[in-house]
Write a protein that binds this ligand. Structure first.
Ligand code: ACO
Length: 432
């Protein structure tokens, strides 16, 4: 806290309150409004939290105007270029890059926990074959809370660590099983000699009746995508995990809440929505008509994969993914993919259009990720689950940060401006 430099005045009574500033290592400070209600009798009002910090965090830093994204201080583009998803997971969880020995031990711990309890597999039988995989992920991850009573003490650092390893290790297995359910194929056991992303691809695409070789280019592309999606500070799903966890609930239940929040098309569901949008536009000739619809506010149509609450210059992840997209399509001999060509043309036209320029709307990470997933043979309804696998690292890290700090364990309980009926007396049924 520094000396107060901001104040709020109640114009009616003249009462004044100084707001202490909470300063972080980088970025704008936050004005502490915690005492506004008790001192002035008013609430602060910020639906959508556009100006509101919900916590302190030392995990991820975003400068939306400069297009900067740092995990524990390291620029995401450097990590995408030089690191691996598992190393980045260690960094995000522990705050520092690991030594060789630390990385080997962490990697071993993740591989150790990849299997899921056989009885958990039977939970999938309760779903229809065409259930959305995000519905299965929400249910199955929530159900993990019924399995690990041995490590359920959130106050015990070792219990928290084992939860982190289990959650990060099992989410690919759970996700791949959701994919297999749709096709009626047997679930594949993880192969722990494979790296994290190769193992996920193996569990999705291998079948017991024939050998399957993971394409290293596909695994590397997935690894980079996962690095870019691993954390994004207090986004909707992470904030949901924190809010649920603030009650002291089981951590698997908190992660399940985050998965549910990620599902929506304004958040992680956008990658799926982009592909459906490209399908509906169908041809370059229809782009102008589509953009006219987007600009007509009564149509309710948005250009999916464009715009971001925080990035108002460019999304640094989108740049890297765009490059990856070309690499993967070239490797797979799909460089003339009509959907990629359509996406690039749509991007070109939108970036030159005053509507998007004035509102600072740029392609976000999801504008391209779906095209890569599709090229890798991953069906559209699996796009958001892939995002969930990567973001699990961020959710777990935020949960750990919050739960291990006793000061951070205040239950999250926003207030509201009530707009309903004024107090009135009950009217008996025969008098209504
Ligand atoms: N297409 C058309 N217009 C848009 C779009 C879009 N994709 N995004 C924002 N706008 C317009 C709004 O209509 C509004 O216009 P107005 O000022 O004339 O009323 C203005 O831009 C500001 O938009 P808001 O909705 O206030 O911006 P907000 O920060 O709340 O929304 C969001 C951010 C939800 C990401 C939004 O840009 C959007 O819906 N994008 C499409 C969905 C998407 O791609 N989501 C993925 C986000 S990245 C992620 O979660 C990984």
């Amino acid at each position: 806290m520094s000396n107060a430099t901001y104040s709020l005045v109640n114009d009616a009574t003249g009462e004044k309150i100084s707001l202490p500033l909470v300063r972080g290592a980088m970025g704008p400070p936050g004005a502490d409004v915690g005492k506004v209600y008790s001192k002035l009798g008013i609430f602060t009002y910020d639906p959508g939290f556009t100006s509101t910090c919900s916590c302190d965090s030392s995990i991820t830093y975003i400068d939306g105007d400069q297009g900067i994204l740092l995990y524990r201080g390291y620029p995401v583009d450097q990590l995408a270029q030089n690191s691996t998803f598992v190393e980045v997971a260690y960094l995000i969880l522990h705050g520092e890059l690991p030594s060789k020995a630390e990385l080997a031990e962490f990697d071993h711990n993740i591989r150790l926990h990849t299997m899921i309890n056989e009885s958990l597999k039977r939970f999938y039988d309760g779903f229809r074959y065409d259930a959305h995989p995000m519905a299965m992920l929400t249910g199955i991850v929530g159900s993990l809370s019924a399995f690990y009573h041995d490590t359920a003490n959130n106050k015990d650092a070792r219990h928290r660590e084992i939860f982190a390893h289990r959650m990060i290790a099992k989410i690919p297995t759970i996700t791949a099983a959701a994919y297999k359910k749709y096709f009626g194929q047997p679930f594949m056991y993880p192969q722990n000699d494979l790296d994290y992303c190769s193992n996920l691809l193996y569990m999705m695409f291998a079948v017991p009746s024939e050998p399957y070789r993971v394409d290293p280019v596909a695994a590397k592309a997935l690894d980079i995508l996962f690095i870019l999606h691993a954390d994004h500070e207090q986004n909707a799903s992470t904030s949901t995990v924190r809010l649920a966890a603030s009650t002291g609930c089981n951590p698997y239940a908190a992660i399940a809440a985050g998965i549910a929040a990620l599902w929506g098309p304004a958040h992680g569901g956008a990658n799926e929505a982009v592909l459906r949008m490209l399908d509906s536009i169908d041809s370059k000739n229809n782009i102008q008509a589509f953009l006219t619809k987007v600009k007509d506010k009564t149509s309710g149509v948005r250009l999916m994969g464009f715009g971001h609450r925080v990035y108002k210059n460019f999304d640094p992840r989108a740049k890297i993914i765009r490059e990856q997209c070309h690499k993967v399509l070239k490797h797979l001999g799909k460089e003339n993919d009509p959907q990629m060509e359509l996406a690039l043309e749509l991007e070109r036209i939108a970036l030159a259009d005053d509507y998007f320029v004035e509102r600072k709307l740029y392609p976000n990470v999801d504008f391209y990720s779906g095209i890569i997933y599709k090229a890798l043979g991953i069906p559209v309804n699996m796009f958001t689950p892939m995002f969930a696998v990567a973001r699990t690292v961020g959710w777990v890290a935020h949960w750990m940060e919050m739960v291990s700090d006793p000061a951070g364990l205040k239950i999250g309980r926003p207030r509201q401006v009530y707009t309903g009926a004024a107090m009135r007396d009950y009217v008996a049924l025969d008098q209504r």
